[in-house]
Design a protein around this ligand. Sequence first.
Ligand SMILES: C[S@@+](CC[C@H](N)C(=O)[O-])C[C@H]1O[C@@H](n2cnc3c(N)ncnc32)[C@H](O)[C@@H]1O
Length: 259
Amino acid sequence: MMQNHKMDTEDAIKRWDSLADALTAKYTEQGDVHREVLLNRVLLSLLGSVKDKRILDAGCGEGYFSRILAEKGAEVVAVDYSQKMLDIARKRTSAGYAIQYYHGNVEDLPFLESETFDVIVSNMVLQDLSGYKEAIQEMYRLLIKGGVFIFSISHPCFITAESGWVKENGKKLFWKVNHYFEEGVFEQPWPKNAQNGILLFHRTLTSYFKTIKETGFAVEEVVEPKPSQEMIQKYPEFEGDLRMCQFLVFKVKKQIVAD
Ligand SMILES: C[S@@+](CC[C@H](N)C(=O)[O-])C[C@H]1O[C@@H](n2cnc3c(N)ncnc32)[C@H](O)[C@@H]1O
């Protein structure tokens, strides 16, 4: 159920700080298993060549995606609001990577100059903060004209308060969704058995789309990632991801408007 008291980005970040070690313990150079199976392939194909591009990784976490981008020749600025996540990112990044890490809230990054990034990537961050409109507007400010913003979020039509598999004798019958039109914050049952789990700020697909459009972005692509057969063979537990969709990925472009 939605929480009935006000929770904001600051509450959310305290939880990221306290859960950072546990949440990143199983990360490999591909991130966690959801990133390996569902997200990385989509993000990289939407990005195309990143060589010599200046890229902002907004909400970089422990930094695996920044490192992938730097290995592919990008110059990366990586920002996260959790000091603990940044400490882990710095430890996992060896010298020689073209990555600058900064502590900052992606809703407002006054230390970064306007129109200085070719591309911005934000992997699974916008559903974790209260000011998504401010964050999308801030990304717009930071991009050059014609620059692209690629972001993934929990799929708002499937991941809601009280969503999940309905099972019978351990068999997945169907995926249930509840409270779709109730925008607000709820505590996720993640990580399992955590006292204070990660917060999810739910808003409808319409709200995301409206904000993107009103900010001045044009939508170039929308992708709902599905596991490949190869990935299902490697991780059979992802078979259910052919019946529902956990993530949604947008590629939007800052339009070049005549002055
Ligand atoms: C689901 S993790 C994703 C991390 C990384 N992008 C990845 O894919 O592994 C969400 C990250 O967003 C960060 N975050 C949440 N709200 C933020 C904000 N307002 N500004 C910057 N980072 C934020 C959290 O600290 C956390 O590291």
